[in-house]
Design a protein around this ligand. Structure first.
Ligand SMILES: NC(=O)c1ccc[n+]([C@@H]2O[C@H](COP(=O)([O-])OP(=O)(O)OC[C@H]3O[C@@H](n4cnc5c(N)ncnc54)[C@H](O)[C@@H]3O)[C@@H](O)[C@H]2O)c1
Length: 249
């Protein structure tokens, strides 16, 4: 029987490309996003690959909406095998003391609370069915400190803690959970951020030993490997995919 994956933030960037990559493996896809246009676009493209797909509009920072997308997936497809817990925002890139409280709450709400709610409800549904596998999207900023993205960095470090701890709690029950820590990757999020902060793009590229940004396709390949049965004994790990960026720090 076909596997079923939920991809949050699947309307753009890394989530969209990963949804398409998983579809290539014959996986049915549920896209969760606040962006209706992007979400439906991914669903249309995924269906062309020949698998079933569904878009659910939901804000991951709202626990009731997270529960709803989980319930709707189980009602539609019967189970959840893979969860790419990926929706996130970067914030404005201002120094922390210049950042207003609303922005701090928003970044924490989407990146960290959204990830916690996602794992809380998805893992529960997976365990009722004998298990499943989860990949959380952390970041380079989740394994090293980076100025101008203090709140973002705090949330991405939080996702690392979530990954390591829950892996230990539920491994015996068939739940596998890992995190990825991409360096700067060419997606709409990064383009927008670098347009607002051009100096940071130059700094990023020159600071990466491979002298280029990553691509969403490269990240999608890693996520597909970690989610599927090929990575059965990798659990509670944080895998960096950053052209050796964090090795230089
Ligand atoms: N691009 C990078 O350089 C990079 C590096 C490290 C980590 N990441 C992480 O990768 C993930 C994906 O980023 P991306 O670069 O593909 O960005 P992106 O902006 O292209 O895609 C993010 C998607 O998340 C959705 N989203 C935002 N808020 C949401 C919410 N409240 N509820 C549901 N969906 C929401 C957006 O609508 C968008 O479709 C993020 O968690 C980001 O922090 C990105």
């Amino acid at each position: 029987m076909s596997k079923v994956a939920i991809v949050t933030g699947g309307g753009s960037g890394i989530g969209q490309v990963t949804a398409l990559r998983l579809a290539d493996e014959g996986v049915n896809i549920v896209i969760v996003d606040v962006d209706e246009e992007g979400g439906n676009d991914t669903v249309d493209r995924v269906k062309k690959v020949g698998v079933d797909a569904l878009f659910i509009k939901a804000d991951v920072s709202k626990a009731d909406q997270v529960k709803k997308y989980v319930d709707q997936t189980v009602e539609t497809f019967g189970s959840i095998d893979y969860f790419f817990n990926n929706a996130g925002i970067s914030g404005s890139g201002q120094y922390f003391l210049e950042t207003d409280i609303e922005e701090i709450e928003k970044v924490v709400g989407i990146n960290l609370m959204g990830a916690l709610y996602g794992v809380r409800y998805v893992a529960e549904a997976m365990l009722k069915n004998g298990g499943g596998s989860i990949v959380n999207t952390s970041s380079s900023a989740g394994v090293i400190g980076q100025d101008s993205v203090v709140t973002y960095s705090a949330t991405k470090h939080g996702m690392v803690g979530l990954t390591k701890s829950i892996a230990a709690e539920y491994a015996k029950d068939g739940l596998r959970i890992n995190a990825i820590a991409p360096g700067p990757t060419e997606t709409p999020m990064v383009k927008e951020f670098y347009e607002a902060n051009p100096k940071m793009k130059e700094n990023a590229e020159s600071g990466i030993p491979q002298k280029r940004l990553g691509t969403p396709e490269e990240v999608a390949e890693l996520v597909t490997f970690l989610l599927t049965s090929k990575a059965q004994y990798i659990n509670g790990e944080v895998i960096r995919i950053d052209g050796a960026f964090t090795n230089t720090k």
